[in-house]
Design a protein around this ligand. Structure first.
Ligand SMILES: NC(=O)c1ccc[n+]([C@@H]2O[C@H](COP(=O)([O-])OP(=O)(O)OC[C@H]3O[C@@H](n4cnc5c(N)ncnc54)[C@H](OP(=O)(O)O)[C@@H]3O)[C@@H](O)[C@H]2O)c1
Length: 350
């Protein structure tokens, strides 16, 4: 573990310096990693591990686009590609990467495939923490670990291919063999994590559900829409409203935040912008604080989980989600966004 000082708070993190890929290969030498689910995380993690020399098989139900994708990615039916149950039976590390609702549906079939000393692996604390709703209670004779990449499965793969990595948290819920922690770290390194930081299943799921409902997606989309509508109400053109709300953020400012931090970005904007942003940031913070409190309470109480499981277990859940996503896609703000993006020099050349 490397000890790092996060602005006065000391944290222990693990990088490839402390846990080299060679060691991960040794730890996983006798394991067959069964990646159950070839949706978003499944391909990213499976392909990175395979490229890193780990024995990987995939468990995916037949007949859909995900099965085809696994075949196209070089997994061979009957050799390295099976039904979820058969892959779980053949694997010694079972990476449970179905959608969270899918994990609940398939659990009764997967549980009997977990044999003594196997490792059950999650990328989200959801199934375990909300066990009252999910029914996912692992048998006592297996290790239960978590590695949760802090990014989309797509970036798990693209960052691996460009030589960087995605930071991930790791946790041990149940240590039957006494080797659960080293297996979790080995798997974290093998899927191409940047640095790994320790968490618990509970903290992982609480922060993750809060983050995606909050600043990463829900809150961000909400405040963008509020500002765009305000500007449009006051007669600003779609181009002006979109550029002041989204384009300047994504094409300039947030890149600077990523590279050097919000403090640096502030310090490198005009003093007019600095004065205003320093005045308004605390007002926005205080205005949304009660909403964030409510969000965290609903995450803790399992209300958000109930909503997800009810909505996403319906047979037509995908169509319903797609209808809502289409409404967003067709809104004036995101149609304006498509036009603005098409005018970027790199898009005009082609
Ligand atoms: N998305 C991310 O980038 C991300 C990031 C961090 C952590 N995670 C976590 O990683 C895990 C996997 O997430 P994901 O986004 O990769 O999931 P996803 O794309 O929604 O995964 C869907 C997979 O689950 C299968 N599936 C769904 N319902 C099923 C059912 N009833 N029976 C059998 N198979 C079923 C799908 O098969 P079909 O294609 O045939 O429907 C597909 O293989 C979750 O725990 C998630 O919270 C995800």
């Amino acid at each position: 573990m490397a000890t790092l000082d996060f602005g006065g708070v000391i944290e222990e993190v693990v990088t490839e310096d402390e846990f080299p890929l060679e060691r991960a290969r040794e730890v996983l030498n006798n394991e067959i990693v069964a990646v159950i689910g070839y949706g978003v995380q499944g391909p990213g993690q499976a392909l990175n591990m395979r490229d890193n020399g780990i024995r990987v098989i995939v468990g995916q139900r037949r007949g859909g686009a995900s099965w085809e994708r696994a075949v196209n990615d070089g997994f061979v039916p009957g050799e390295t590609l099976f039904s979820p149950e058969e892959a779980a039976e053949r694997g010694t590390v079972i990476q449970y990467l179905l959608s969270d609702a899918g994990q609940v549906a398939l659990w009764p079939k997967i549980k009997p495939c977990l044999h003594e000393g196997n490792t059950l692996y999650f990328s989200h604390g959801f199934g375990i923490v909300y066990k009252d709703q999910t029914g996912i209670v692992p048998p006592p004779h297996v290790d239960v670990v978590l590695v949760a990449p802090k990014g989309s499965g797509r970036t798990v793969r693209t960052n691996f291919l460009d030589g960087s990595g995605i930071n991930a948290s790791f946790a041990v819920f149940q240590d039957f063999t006494g080797r659960a922690r080293e297996k979790a770290l080995a798997l974290g390194i093998a899927i191409g994590s940047g640095y790994l930081f320790p968490t618990t299943f509970e903290r992982e799921v609480y922060s993750d559900l809060t983050g995606e409902r909050g600043i990463l997606m829900g809150a961000l989309a909400g405040v963008m829409e509020a500002q765009y509508r305000l500007l449009r109400r006051h007669g600003h053109s779609p181009s002006e409203a979109f550029n002041e709300t989204v384009e300047e953020l994504t094409q300039s400012l947030i890149r600077l935040v990523g590279e050097n931090g919000m403090d640096w970005m502030f310090a490198n904007c005009s003093t007019t912008a600095q004065r205003g942003a320093l005045d308004w940031a605390p007002r926005f913070r205080d205005a949304v604080a009660p909403l964030f409190d409510e969000l965290y309470r609903r995450v803790q109480s399992g209300e958000e989980t109930r909503r997800v499981l009810e909505a996403n277990s319906a047979p037509d859940y995908r169509e319903k989600l797609n209808r809502e996503l289409a409404t967003m896609h067709d809104s004036e703000m995101w149609r304006a966004g498509a036009v603005v993006r098409s005018l970027r020099p790199e898009n005009r050349k082609s």
